[in-house]
Design a binder for this molecule. Structure first.
Ligand code: NDP
Length: 334
């Protein structure tokens, strides 16, 4: 089954997202930050984190779970540790306030960390690390979410889909960026597959009765599995620790306990690290990196992570957005 689509320019996507947010209680600054993140996701073809997320953002505003007028506060704990209290706001504004300070600290001291608390993250993670690598630094970040993924061997959800993103700078070129859920598939992708009636590979998740299935709507009601068996499972475990206790926030199961169940982004933490290859290695690492990437690219069948998005980004034309979704968002503009 193929869904109907509506052609929208990037400006139309931005305006649609921003109007919906403002009409439901976000102030200009918050709406602008979220709408930019949503538009950049549509631009790059990260559709599960584009307009698809707007109804969820709106639910969180309508239930007052998220403060649409939040002003994040950044505290310098040490010269290399920054802590951001997102004040119960959406993540994009916390990034706008915190990442520039993180970059400055890493450029001065070689390495710096930003812990974000009381934040509602509902987006892809690549914007955070790409912003860091655009300034010549290595970026690493993770967030946890509400349980939807069973640890390897189990049938009970304990982990969130727990994404992790990494980026490496390439002066004058796009950075190398990977950004992936540690679940076999992101929850948004499962929801889109369920909506469009597409099946998913066996091993993606379990039905509510704990059986392996290719039916995305059954997995949406049941549990996802980690990617790569026990290896993905241990990375998901690490992300629970880095994005929870390390940054003074909750594990996925605790996040769920305090969430109001409105379907919007839950309150949680984010761990972000920035590192200077020049300061840490004492060298200019560009030529060595490019030699390695040349060998990588010479291997038939390979491509670098991030390339698909960066290729999509070159297209400044209209994007095909699910028509039912566009109508749903228009109805939210009152
Ligand atoms: P994918 O499996 O689609 O891709 C994972 C990474 O692998 C991407 O960086 C992708 O690059 C890269 N990649 C894909 N194919 C290849 C290939 N053949 N060779 C080299 N690299 C490749 O991502 P997921 O479905 O796991 O995650 C989707 C998104 O969901 C992420 O952005 C994640 O942050 C987000 N998410 C957010 C959550 C939240 O709570 N905020 C929760 C869970 C997920 P490319 O982009 O170029 O294709």
């Amino acid at each position: 089954m193929t869904s109907k689509t509506t052609d929208l320019s990037l400006d139309e996507i931005f305006n649609l997202a921003k109007s919906a947010l403002i009409n439901n209680g976000a102030n200009e600054e918050n709406a602008d930050a979220v709408a930019s993140t949503v538009t950049n996701a549509e631009r790059d073809g990260s559709v599960s984190h584009g307009l698809f997320r707007i109804p969820g953002y709106i639910k969180a505003l309508q239930s007052n779970k998220v403060d649409g007028s939040a002003v994040p506060e950044i505290e310098e704990i040490t010269p290399v540790i920054l802590r951001c209290d997102a004040q119960n706001g959406f993540a994009p504004l916390a990034h706008k306030y915190g990442i520039e300070k993180l970059i400055n600290a890493a450029n001065a001291f070689g390495i710096a960390g930003l812990s974000i608390q009381r934040c509602h993250h509902f987006a892809a993670l690549w914007p955070e690390v790409e912003a860091i690598s655009d300034q010549g630094l290595v970026g690493l970040t993770s967030v946890s979410y509400m349980p939807g993924v069973a640890p390897s061997g189990g049938t009970t959800a304990l982990f969130g889909t727990n994404p992790i993103a990494f980026s490496w700078p390439r002066p004058g070129k796009n950075p190398i960026v990977f950004d992936m859920a540690t679940a076999s598939m992101a929850k948004g992708e499962i929801q889109i597959a369920a909506r469009d009636g597409h099946s998913v590979p066996l091993g993606t998740g379990l039905s509510p009765s704990g059986e392996l299935t290719t039916d995305a709507s059954e997995i949406d009601k049941g549990v996802l599995l980690p990617f790569g068996g026990h290896k993905g499972s241990v990375i998901a475990l690490m992300i629970e620790l880095l994005s929870g206790p390390l940054v003074g926030e909750t594990f996925s199961y605790e996040t769920k306990e305090r969430d109001n169940g409105d379907g919007g982004p839950a309150q949680g933490g984010q761990f972000i690290l920035a590192m200077s290859p020049e300061i840490i290695s004492g060298k200019d690492t560009s030529a060595q990196t490019e030699d390695f990437l040349k060998k990588y690219n010479e291997i038939e069948g390979t491509r670098l992570p991030g390339e698909r998005r960066h290729e999509n980004r070159k297209d400044l034309g209209k994007r095909q957005v699910n028509s039912a979704l566009v109508n749903t968002i228009k109805e939210l503009i009152i």
